[in-house]
Design a protein around this ligand. Structure first.
Ligand code: NAP
Ligand code: MG
Length: 486
């Protein structure tokens, strides 16, 4: 900013910390089975930490195969006795009620999500939680209209579905899974990720308060073994998994010889293409949002930037100066752009990958901004002028790390964008609609954004190709994996 004497005024932000008084975290958090909070049979608990401080927030119950079996039995009973007997309209009423209660408790859910996950409060408050409510509203609307979703076909619910979700959007991933499953008439056993169970357990309280019949949704907390117990349980009709491609492979093998239905939402290495005729300032902002939103812990993150050669130098210069203004720090501060990396394990993995990129000779840049010394914080960064063979152009970092390469023609951009084993998302920036359509049609990705990035809406299907998995979540297509269609 400049004042009337042309002196530069440094526009500093004063901290604006969201109060945590609204959340009441229980020291010990039990399993949610058959409508009640119950002790795990092992009596074992593990800690969930706040990654911004490293402090323990609460103890979480560790569910073993016995607990999973109890949850599946409760879900089966609820399916047979109540949920499958209700009309679509009645199921919809429960879902509408849950959606409204999520809105009423939105601030509490946002603060809890930020404490447990490390994401900035402005994101949990303005993006995650509103989308959670929107998802329940959207599928509540479908519950009594399923016949119109698949006209001329005979449709039926599947039964009990097992759902396993990751830690990057804990409550949003739970909503993506639970809302369509219930709308279609199924009952649920869901496992949140080990590091982020708290918001799902608060959602379980909302289910209780909404009067959702016992056993319709069961939440079993724990690590990978708990997930495996769900996958291998013989009385589950469908598995819905969101997480890494490696675990996706294990799950696909495990259900291959059964008649369980399966959907996999896995990793990505999405390309973000900027043509020279794009609105440059907006595109810079789009690239920042594409890769640094949610610390880069986004399956569809625009982690490979492809710049038309004629604008590359100018664009990279603008990107660098924008990155010097990003605020990395306390996730509870309403000014924070980039919060904490979710866990020590993830932090170590990201650091190692950055070091390997530097050792490989990538042209590394990170801004000179300050970051906290306590907690797990990582500066946003990029590797410029890399080839498609550069290791970080291929491996999903799942952190705030971008790679940048250039292209001369649209064909080259498309070829480079498609040069990946994944196929989750892509972004295209150009002033010309025809160019965007032509490029988008040639890209092998489930979601393609034009002149924007990371826009989500419950009515829009989401999912991947190749090693990004199969099946769609969101929209009318998001109903199909939860129905038997004949
Ligand atoms: P992950 O390690 O695969 O874990 C995902 C979930 O699976 C967690 O709840 C995990 O439990 C559980 N799990 C681990 N091993 C298991 C096993 N053998 N059987 C059954 N469940 C098991 O992935 P993550 O590191 O949490 O998440 C990051 C990955 O998710 C990234 O690759 C990202 O791209 C992907 N993702 C994809 C989408 C999408 O829609 N395509 C969305 C978000 C994230 P614990 O965590 O408790 O060990
Ligand atoms: Mg945590």
């Amino acid at each position: 900013m400049q004042d009337h004497q042309n002196k530069i005024i440094n526009f500093e932000y004063a901290p604006s910390i969201e109060s945590i008084d609204i959340v009441n975290i229980q020291p010990k958090n039990k399993l949610f089975i058959d409508g009640k909070f119950v002790e795990p049979t092992s009596k074992k608990y593990f800690a969930s930490i706040n990654p911004a401080t490293g402090e323990t927030l609460a103890q979480i119950a560790d569910a073993n195969a016995k607990d999973v079996d109890l949850a599946v039995k409760a879900a089966r009973k609820a399916y047979t006795k109540t949920w499958s007997k209700l009309s679509g309209k009645e199921r919809g009423r429960y879902l509408f009620r849950i959606a409204r209660m999520i809105q009423e408790r939105a601030r509490e859910l946002a603060v809890l999500e930020t404490l447990d996950n490390g994401k900035p409060i402005k994101e949990s408050r303005d993006i995650d939680i509103p989308l959670v409510a929107a998802h329940f509203f959207y599928y509540a609307g479908w519950a009594d209209k399923l016949d119109y979703a698949v006209p001329g076909k005979e449709i039926k619910s599947l039964g009990v579905v097992g759902q396993i979700i990751p830690w990057n959007f804990p409550l949003l991933m739970a909503a993506w899974k639970i809302a369509p499953a219930l709308a279609c008439g199924n009952t649920v056993v869901l496992k949140p990720a080990e590091t982020t169970s708290l918001s799902c357990l608060l959602l379980a309280q909302i289910f209780q308060d909404a009067g959702l019949p016992d056993g319709v949704v069961n939440i079993v907390t724990g690590a990978g073994e708990t997930g495996a117990a769900i996958v291998n349980h013989p009385d589950i009709n469908k598995i819905a998994f969101t997480g890494s491609t490696d675990v996706g492979r294990i799950i696909q093998k495990a259900v291959a010889h059964t008649d369980k239905k399966l959907t996999l939402e896995l990793g990505g290495k999405s390309a973000h293409i900027i043509y020279e005729d794009a609105a440059i300032e907006q595109a810079v902002e789009g690239v920042i949002n594409g890769i640094y939103f949610n610390q880069g812990h986004v399956c569809c993150a625009g982690s490979r930037l492809l710049l038309e050669e004629s604008i590359a130098e100018m664009f990279v210069g603008k990107l660098k100066s924008r990155m010097e203004k990003l605020r990395v720090g306390n996730p509870l501060d309403k000014n924070t752009d980039i919060g904490a990396i979710n866990s020590a394990g993830e932090y170590g993995k990201i650091k190692k990958l950055i070091e390997s990129g530097i050792a490989e000779g990538g042209e590394y840049f990170e801004p000179s901004i300050q970051i906290p010394t306590k907690g797990y914080f990582q500066k946003p960064c990029f590797f410029n002028k890399v080839s498609s063979a550069f290791s970080l152009s291929r491996v999903e970092v799942f952190g705030p790390v971008l790679t940048i390469s250039t292209f001369r023609t649209a064909q080259e951009a498309i070829m480079k964008a498609n040069d990946t084993q994944y196929g989750l998302a892509a972004g295209v920036w150009s002033e010309k609609g025809s160019k965007i359509h032509k490029t988008a049609a040639a890209l092998k990705a489930g979601v393609i954004w034009a002149n924007t990035y990371n826009k989500f809406d419950p009515s829009s299907p989401f999912g991947g190709f190749n090693e990004s998995g199969f099946g769609r979540e969101g929209g009318r297509h998001g109903l199909f994996p939860y129905l038997s269609i004949k």
